[in-house]
Ligand binder design. Structure first.
Ligand code: T5A
Length: 208
């Protein structure tokens, strides 16, 4: 049993995270790593069910503090019931979104403020952070168009005005600057193959 490694993927809507998570998981498995993939909000049956409550309220938006408390409730369950155990078992965890999503969606674009997010975070999961974070940077118009083509519809945050999505993009760039020790900004407008290669290179230098 050794200490594992925790990788998170972050970015605005339709940036290509899910696509690349599958590819990276396969690649790392081929190199002999014990890999688990997961996502937030959710990651355990109870956390998934709690997030589904929020999704089901479409049309009656929760205020930003309620959203933040909800995502940190689901995150605490995810960390305590799953992620800490996987790390203790020496696994490589690849997670689609983590606390940086809350910093950006609720703290910055949602207006709650980063200080409030950090206070709630400390209370719920302490200093638990990824070892490595990929931030997918893309013009939101391109990301939203990708999501729409795939979904045939918009979800809760996708239907927000374009300025909201620009705030997300700038927020993620700020997070990358503040957390340079773990964050790598990826140009997500490149081809799927080019993004894949860039991510592998960074993993080779930082993990393998
Ligand atoms: N949220 C989440 C909060 O508000 N606070 C929080 O704390 C957390 C954790 C989650 C929502 O919850 C919010 C943020 C989100 O709004 P979600 O459905 O998981 O909702 O949303 P996303 O994470 O944005 O998932 P998406 O599936 O929309 O985006 P992905 O995963 O970034 O994109 P992906 O890989 O599915 O690709 C989208 C399409 O583009 C194509 C793919 O084939 C696919 O069709 N594609 C490319 N096309 C061209 N070139 C490339 N390089 C491409 N890469 C992918």
């Amino acid at each position: 049993m050794g200490k594992g490694f925790f990788i998170s993927f972050e970015g605005g809507e339709g940036a290509g995270k899910t696509t690349q998570i599958k590819k990276l998981a396969q690649y790392l498995e081929s190199k002999g790593h014990d890999v688990v993939t997961t996502r937030e909000p959710g990651g355990t049956p109870a956390a998934d069910a709690l997030w589904q409550c929020f999704i089901d309220q479409k049309g009656h938006e929760w205020d930003v503090l309620a959203q933040t408390l909800l995502v940190f409730t689901t995150r605490r369950l995810h960390v305590e019931e799953r992620l800490k155990k996987d790390l203790a078992a020496g696994k490589v965890i690849i997670c689609d979104r983590f606390t940086d999503s809350t910093r950006v969606y609720q703290g910055i674009a949602g207006g709650l403020g980063l200080e409030r997010v950090e206070q709630i975070k400390q209370m719920c999961i302490g200093d638990f952070e990824p070892d490595l974070t990929f931030i997918f940077d893309i013009d939101p118009k391109i990301g939203l168009a990708r999501s729409e083509r795939r979904n045939n519809g918009k979800d809760t945050f996708e239907e927000k005005h374009i300025e909201f999505h620009e705030m997300l993009r700038n927020g993620y760039r700020d997070i990358a600057n503040t957390h340079q020790d773990r964050c790598f900004v990826i140009d997500a407008s490149q081809s799927i193959e080019a993004v894949e290669e860039e991510i592998r290179d960074i993993c080779l230098k930082n993990l393998i």
